[in-house]
Design a binder for this molecule. Structure first.
Ligand code: CA
Length: 235
């Protein structure tokens, strides 16, 4: 079965070998070499992330913690040269699902990837916990059921990533309030003190494409000049 895998690794040679092996197993692999590029790519609906801990511009563990803080539970397999128990524990504390010390056998890497993908599939197919009260939002022609991870626009189903859903919830729970990009990054993505705010713009653009009748003339996800965005329910 083919899956979409994000490979975050700055060692070019190693990245090439990993990518080739995963492709041989039928997976679609996107490779990025920096933490910034990884943050931009996360949320694009990957089935698995292979994450190097030591990146030129970021700490893989921080990156993983940020993902989990933002409600992104894509399986993460961490790759690191630090083959020491405290680091292993730290990696798992950061929210990684598994951990592979370098150097590793490619067969082992492929087996761990397969195991994580199997587990993720099993989790998806297991019965959901009982739903709470109506955990839904409606504006314009949009209807979102957060508990069921379902959305529709003018009656047509819209498929959202976990992060899109999180951002949407953040907006609809704060109608009419100007929200700074930095604040959104910190609260929704769990990324503090960063100025990579382009991610926020990209995601707001996605929400506009999903839920604005005219994405070029937004009425619900409105720009606030010099600040960020605000959500207007009856725009
Ligand atoms: Ca590295």
């Amino acid at each position: 079965m083919s899956h979409r895998i994000l490979l975050v690794e700055d060692e070019e040679h190693l990245a090439r070998v990993i990518r080739m092996n995963l492709q041989l197993d039928g997976h679609v692999v996107r490779h990025v070499a920096t933490g910034a590029a990884a943050r931009g790519a996360l949320g694009d609906g990957f089935d698995l992330v292979l994450l190097d801990v030591m990146l030129p511009d970021a700490d893989g563990m921080e990156l993983c913690r940020g993902m989990r803080g933002a409600g992104d539970f894509t399986p993460v397999l961490m790759l690191t040269a630090l083959d020491q128990t405290p680091d292993r524990v730290a990696g798992l504390d950061a929210g990684a699902d598994d951990y592979l010390p370098k150097p590793f056998e490619l067969a082992e890497m492929r087996a761990r990837v397969a195991a994580l993908l199997r587990r993720a599939r099993w989790l998806e197919s297991s019965p959901p916990s009982p739903p709470k009260a109506d955990d839904a939002a409606r504006f314009g022609e949009a209807e979102i059921h957060f508990d069921r991870h379902e959305a529709s626009m003018a009656g047509e189903p819209v498929s959202l990533t976990a992060l899109e859903l999180d951002l949407l919830r953040y907006f609809v729970e704060r109608p009419g309030r100007a929200l700074a990009r930095e604040q959104l990054l910190e609260d929704v993505w769990g990324v503090a003190g960063s100025n990579t705010t382009r991610t926020v713009d990209n995601f707001v653009m996605r929400l506009r494409r999903h839920f604005e009748p005219e994405p070029g003339q937004p009425r619900h996800f409105v720009s606030v000049r010099g600040v960020g965005y605000k959500f207007v329910a009856d725009g």
